[in-house]
Design a protein around this ligand. Sequence first.
Ligand SMILES: Cc1ncc(COP(=O)(O)O)c(C=O)c1O
Length: 417
Amino acid sequence: MKRNKMKKQSPNSSHRYFGEYGGRFVPEMLIPALEEMERAYFFYKENRAFQQELDNLRRNYSGRPTPLYFAENLTELGRGCKIYLKLESLNHTGAHKINNVLGQALLAKKMGKTCVIAETGAGQHGLATAAVCAKLGLKCRIFMGEKDMKRQYPNVFFMRLSGAEIVPVKDGAKTLKDAVNAALKYWIEHLKDTHYLLGSALGPFPYPVMVRDFQSVIGSEVMEQLRKCEKRLPDVLVACVGGGSNSIGFFYPFLHNKDIELYAVEAGGRGPEKGENAIRFGKNPRTGIVQGYRSYFILDENGQVLPTHSVSAGLDYAGIGPELAYLYDTGRVCFDSVSDQEALSGFQILCREEGILPALESAHAVAYALKIAGNFSRKEIMVINISGRGEKDLFIAARELDAENWLKFLNEETENG
Ligand SMILES: Cc1ncc(COP(=O)(O)O)c(C=O)c1O
């Protein structure tokens, strides 16, 4: 496991790319840290004791396997294929993000790191990181844009309760992109004892591969669960897509089977105008190198990252992971979007039909799935990944769907307090 040995084993860097996407475009001083991570990741990937420890945490701490649930009422409403829901929402801390956090935090400990930093948008990645750091005895610092801190305050509150320090990011649009920049800057200054626990399948190599692998537990479980209850594979998979971790983890075990249709749903926001959505694959998709990797980003003519908007903080991001960028080019994954309003209606529909409160991010997948369900026959099977649960979105949903009563309740609470 010496550095020079590793270099000899990897004379070229093609393993860091998906087609032309990915790579490792970072300042020189980050290279040793990323190489150390790469060596550690590929070593522990094959290490039985590590995998058993991870498996134990997945089962007994996070509550895996998460259910694969036949949504009978949603199926009726969709008037097409049979719809199943993969309930990542039932993970400890409320979303798929913990799948990656458990893997990376364990890896950080094996690498002898005592501190973990992370960026967060919706707060789900931050919350999972704070919780797992509390459990594993790691110091935790979370970078979060000020705008996201305001709109996802319940998660800020819970992260602090778990002992994490929250660093408000006041730069740029004060959202996820700015939190990533701030975390990277901090990491460069604290490389010795700190692991940067990146929250999606993007960034410089090895993150896109490592995060995808840790998230692939979603797709692997779906495959096994569906084999048991339906004795077959699915026909259609639908997931929302921000940076790409829940979608690539869900799709990955099925990629080679070309008969299975894969749909990734982006945030259509308030409309197609600049700054009003987070659609990377719109009319004129642009590629560039941002935050350490080559991929598709929402850029202006000069290659500058443009502001984004989504009602869901977790999809409010200008970039997408390099593997999904490649799968867009090859046509293997179909990308489309739904608007804020459609997502809010998906949120209500899942509550009304199935009594399940999805995260607003996942509500994008629900809304889109219902649009296309009718294109498939009753014999076909669709699985929607419910990447997270919606408690964190209480105040956004309250404002959009029931403002008057909530205002009354909050005023009364304030007066009583
Ligand atoms: C519940 C939930 N779903 C989806 C996402 C989008 O991220 P990704 O595309 O990496 O799965 C987030 C991000 O915070 C999230 O919290």
